[in-house]
Structure formats: C-alpha cells, structure tokens
Design a protein around this ligand. Structure first.
Ligand code: CA
Length: 235
C-alpha cells in the first residue's frame, strides 16, 4: 500500500457510470481503489488481496451482493462492508445486515455521505485491530523478547536475532493476547502491502516461534493456529 493511502477499497458495482463515479471520488479522497464488476470477480479479489473496506452493490449479475457478502463472512474475512441498494425496502436492508454487511446506503445516495461512512467504517476497523499496547520488552514463561532490538533470550538461555517481520508478528499476536488474529490482518500489518504472499508464509513464522519459545512445539502453549481463521497467542 502507498505510504499516504487512506486505505484500500474494493468497489463492487456492475453499473459502469456509478462505478467510475465511486472510483474517482474515492481516489480524490486518497483511497486506493480496486474494481469488481460482478460477484465472482469480487470473491476472487478478496481471496487474493486485503481491503480496508468493500462497497458492495446488491444488484449484480449472476451472484447478488448479499450472497457475495455471505460468502465473504463464511470465509471468516472480517473486512467492513458498506452495502448499496436501489431498493429502499427495509427487508433488503435487514437481509444485507444479517448476512454480514456493516452499513447500508440506498441509491441514489449523497456522495458526501458515502465518503463519510467509508471513512468512519475504516477508522472503526483500524481501532479494533490493536487491543493492548505492549512495550519494547515483553516476557512470557522464561522467554524475554526485545522488540526494538529485534532479539530474544529464550527459555533455554539462547540469544536469538529476530527478523523485522518476526518481531512485528510477535508483537501483533501478543498485543491481541487471547484473541484470534486473522490471516488478513497479519498480512496487512506485518507485510504492509495488499497483495498476499503464499499461505505458508505465516505458518513458517509460527513454526519458528514454536521452535524458539515452546518447550514442546507439538503441544504449543503460546502460539496457536486456528484452522482457516488465523493465529492466537495465549500465556
Ligand atoms: Ca448494480
């Protein structure tokens, strides 16, 4: 992601004029915009990239926006979704929200209002990403980590050098102690760009953490994988 970007937004809308209006306005506000014109493209995009927000139209060819939203949530991807609909029926709104949308706007909408909601949803999500601040030094069991120096002294008394990414991932997991940190979140925070590296990349980091810090790496006490969702640190 660009340094000065306010966030990445996926626009899912088949109507080309509206799609272009959304893209231009979001880009003017400083967002990086990706495009999908149908549900299949949208699903493919969220599997390959991290987005800070999705603007999802309900009326799409083939798979409608509500079904796409549902599929995204089934995959445990917790990206904020702002739904757009031509229908003002409250049944549609309720269904959209029930299937996992975070907010809802009826067409025709005021662009200023849309941009405000986009900003609010992204900020709210970012705030939820860090739960507890951890200082430069942290101890668990008999392991001591110095995040700033990127080194650790393990329970075996071994001094090890951590890579920058190892250090960041360790800090992220510890700051979210007891909670699952999703793969998407890890990739965004640690890798910092929104095109995903291979799935095994994070697994390998976790395997290393176990090797360094766990007495029995087959029965981890600190670093847990939650299949299909993410990773969790507990002490
Ligand atoms: Ca549409």
């Amino acid at each position: 992601m660009r340094e000065n970007s306010k966030g990445s937004v996926l626009v899912v809308e088949d109507e080309e004029n509206l799609h272009e209006t959304l893209r231009l306005n979001l880009e003017m506000e400083g967002y990086e915009v990706s495009s999908a014109f149908d549900g299949t493209q949208a699903l493919k995009a969220v599997q390959n990239e991290y987005f800070d927000l999705i603007i999802m139209d309900i009326m799409l060819p083939e798979i409608d926006g509500i079904s796409v939203t549902e599929s995204i949530r089934i995959k445990n991807i917790d990206v904020p979704i702002l739904m757009l609909s031509a229908k003002s029926s409250s049944a549609d709104k309720v269904m959209g929200l029930r299937k996992g949308a975070d907010d809802y706007l009826t067409k025709p909408f005021n662009l200023e209002e849309l941009l405000l909601r986009v900003e609010k949803l992204i900020l709210k999500n970012k705030k939820m990403q860090v739960q507890e601040k951890v200082g430069d030094v942290y101890s668990f069991g008999s392991n001591n980590v110095d995040f700033r120096a990127q080194e650790a002294v393990t329970y075996k008394g071994e001094k090890i050098q951590l890579s920058k990414k190892e250090s960041m991932l360790l800090k992220l997991l510890i700051e979210n102690k007891g909670d699952v940190v999703t793969r998407e979140k890890i990739l965004q925070v640690v890798w910092g760009y929104n095109v995903y590296p291979a799935t095994r990349t994070i697994d390998n980091f976790i395997l290393n953490f176990r090797k360094y810090f766990e007495a029995d790496s087959r029965n981890p006490q600190y670093f847990h994988s939650v299949r299909g969702v993410g990773y969790k640190y507990t002490d």
